[in-house]
Design a protein around this ligand. Sequence first.
Ligand code: NAD
Length: 440
Amino acid sequence: MSTDSKAKPGTPASPTEATSLKDRGNLFEIATKQVEKAMKLINLEPNIAEILAQPKNEIIINFPVRMDDGSIKMFKGYRVQHNNVLGPYKGGIRYHHEANLDEMKALAAWMTYKGALHEVPFGGGKGGVKVDPRAHSKAELERITRRFTSALGNNIGPEWDIPAPDVGTNSQTMVWMMDTYVNIVGQNERNSGRGVVTGKSIAAGGSYGRSEATGAGVVHCITEWARDRNFNLDGCHVIIQGFGNVGSFTARLLSKLGAVVIGVGDAGGYLANSEGINPHKLGEHVGRTGSVAGYKGASKITRDEFFALEADVFVPAALELELGVKEARALKAKVVVEGANGPTFPEAEEILLGKGTDVIPDILCNSGGVIVSYYEWLQNKRSEQWEHEDVLDRLEKRMVHTYAQVRHYAAAKKCDWRTASYAIGLERLRTCYNERGIFP
Ligand code: NAD
């Protein structure tokens, strides 16, 4: 197996502020273990399990980019295509200085199961560049993105593999990718080629509702959870780790429901205010400075203090493997709602479930992005522009529908919600493989 991960075996299941991603454990092995539990539950045929155990394609590209000072720097880019039996590969592009192949493989696999769970006709993919986007000018980021896209060539395409924004990338990154792609494929595909990426700006062919989609999906799950538990969200206390796309929209939408954000944190530090933090003002501060650090409307706290805050709801919306054993023990929340992909160590999840904390898993609750990406892709195919309300209504219906399916499945099979979510997705993949068979 090709891998560039340097994960240390036996690493304790808890990160610290200083623990780098590669020292937290092998994300692909963790993802595999999670899925295997569900495979066992549904007695999945070994041949299908074997197909799903590895990605179909693992692409690594080393490419040169000219820096603003005229020097040339080499970058490493990834695109992992896990499975496409249900539709074109689909998944984000991440710009992070610790991006690595095993992380991409895990994130790509999660996309396969997310699409299958929500009946979105996409497969799973993920990619990115090993780069700290904060260390580069806008012009350098544009050249990195365009060179990476041209190096990917026809490994991406609207009917083959469709990237989207993820950590460290945004609608501008997607517009550069799209523009580069349509300029390489030829003039008769300039219009249809726009569907090569989703998460674009509206002017460049994006969908209304895409920017807030993941946060909106997270909030629909919280609303459904509160209804199930007879819990009043009005006035409840929320803490959110990560204040980028997912974390900031989750905070804004939750505050509309009367929930009070009492703690936030990001790569720059952690803050608390028991009276509530205004997510709009904090968002403006982050827009100006790039971090929650230094925001005047809350006090600085440590990471340990953040996890011990008296909150009802915790939304991890930063990176993977942030919620370890120590954090799980400290958490007082009644529910953990995984806005981020893979934020929880398996050992930490056991502790949470053991003490009665509900865990709404990533592939169920952070799927708003891929669902509205599907709507964007459809709009591009049909040369349509749907109304904002229409997109958000469709998203809500689909989130509520899938949430109810997982609730029902978990109760019927007496399993945790993560296993139930994978199992539902796996059943759909199984049906498809059994009906289509293996060529030739
Ligand atoms: P983003 O780049 O907009 O924001 C990431 C946030 O995480 C930032 O606030 C950053 O400071 C914080 N962060 C980074 N390292 C951290 C650390 N060590 N400790 C604390 N905070 C840290 O990214 P995003 O798009 O909001 O994605 C966040 C998570 O949600 C990721 O796991 C991503 O895969 C997942 N996700 C995103 C989408 C989407 O539509 N953007 C969809 C589904 C899942």
